[in-house]
Design a protein. Sequence first.
Length: 435
Amino acid sequence: MKSPETRYARSGDVRIAYQVIGNGPIDLVFVPGFLSNLEVHWEDPGYSHLLQRLGAFTRLIQFDKRGTGLSDRVDTHDLPSLETRMDDVRAVMDAVGTERAAQLGISEGGPLATLFAATYPQRCRGLVLYGSFARSSWITPEGLEAYLGYVERAWGSGGSLPMWAPSRKNDPALQQWWGRFERLGASPAAAIALVRMIDKIDISDILSSIHVPTLVIHCTGDTLINVEHGRGLAEHIPGARLLELPGDDHLFFLHDQIGDAIEEFLTGSISPAENHRVLATVLFADIVGSTARAEELGDQRWENLLDAHHTTVRRQLARYRGNEVKSLGDGFLATFDGPARAVRCACAIAEAVGPLHIQVRSGLHTGEIEQVDNDVKGIAVHIASRVSALAEPGEVLVSRTVKDLVAGSGLSFNKRGKHSLKGLQEPMDLYAASN
C-alpha cells in the first residue's frame, strides 16, 4: 500500500513526523520501538497489513520519535528523555485534534506509553503494550555489547534480523527490508546512543499508578525481551490483562493475532477513570533557617523578603510548567508532569534566590497523587516532604525514582546513600542533583 501523507507537529523547536490512517471511532496512538520510519513501514507487506488492520477500527496515529525516521534529528550526546518524548506525544495528539486516545507501545515504546498513561490518564482511554519491559535488565550485558558491535560493524545490512525474528532469519526479502529500515530509521551513531539510553530506562516504580484499562501482549518464547518482563508488567499494573502469544519473534507485525486482540480490547466497554489520581513529580522547597532569619530581620523586613522569595519561586515555576499547589509560609508545594522539569526548576530556584541572601532546600519524588479540590494527597507527597527535610542548604535532593525516570535528560546526580523515611518499610536511595 502507498504510504499516507506525512505531516509534522511542532514540539518545542523540534518537528515530529506523523501519519493518520483510518477514521474509526477510537483514536489510537502508535508508539514505536527504538527505530521507525513512517514511510518505510508501508514497504513491508506484514507491517503494512497490520497498520491497515488497526486503521480499520481506529483512527491510527503513528509518529517517528525525535531523532529517528522522518522527525528532526537531535544531538546524539543529548538524547531526549521520556519526559521530552511525552511532550512529543502530546504535540502530535494536539496536531490531529484528539483529546483522548488509546496508547499502543511497542517494545521500547512501551515505557513511554506507560508513563504517558500514568501522567495523563484524562488523555488516555486505554493502554496496550507489546513485547515491552519496565526496567533496563531487558537485555543481558553480553547481548547489549553484541548488538552494539553489530551496529559498529554492519549497521544497515539487515544482519541483526535473527535477533529480532529468528523464525524469519533466512528470509532474504525481509532481511533486505530490515536493512533499509535500519538505515532510514537512524544513523549508526544515533542507534548506539539510543540503545545505551534504553539500557538506563526504569519505570518499575510507577506501574502501580496506571489507572486505565491495560492489555499486555508478549510472545512466550520472545528471544529478545524475555516473557518475564511482560508478565511483570501485567502483575504490577492494576487490573492489567496478559495475553501470551506462541512464537519467539519479537517483531510485532509477524503475529496475525495482534490486530484481533487489540480490536477486542479497545472496542469493548472501557470506562474512563473516575478518580483523580495521576502520576506527578512533587516538589517541596523551603527557606533554610527561616525562623532565625525572621527574628533577625523583624516583621516588616521579613515580609518584604518573603514577597521577593515568593515572586522568584513563582517565576521559575511558570518557566518550568510547575503547578503551584500552595505556599507554605516560607516554602512551596508544587507538582510537575515531568520529573526532569521539576529537577531543573528546583535547581533554578536554588540559584535564583542567591541575590536575596537566603538558601532554599528542595526535595522531589515521583509517584501517584490524588488531586482533591486545590490540594494534593498521597504517599508521594509525604515522601517528597521527608526527602526535602533531609536536604542540605541549597541542595536539590531526589528519590531514586526521580533519578531513574530522568535517564537521558542530561541531568547528573551524586549519591547520598540510603535513608529510612517514615511510612516506608525499606530504606530509599537518595541523590543530590549536580548543577
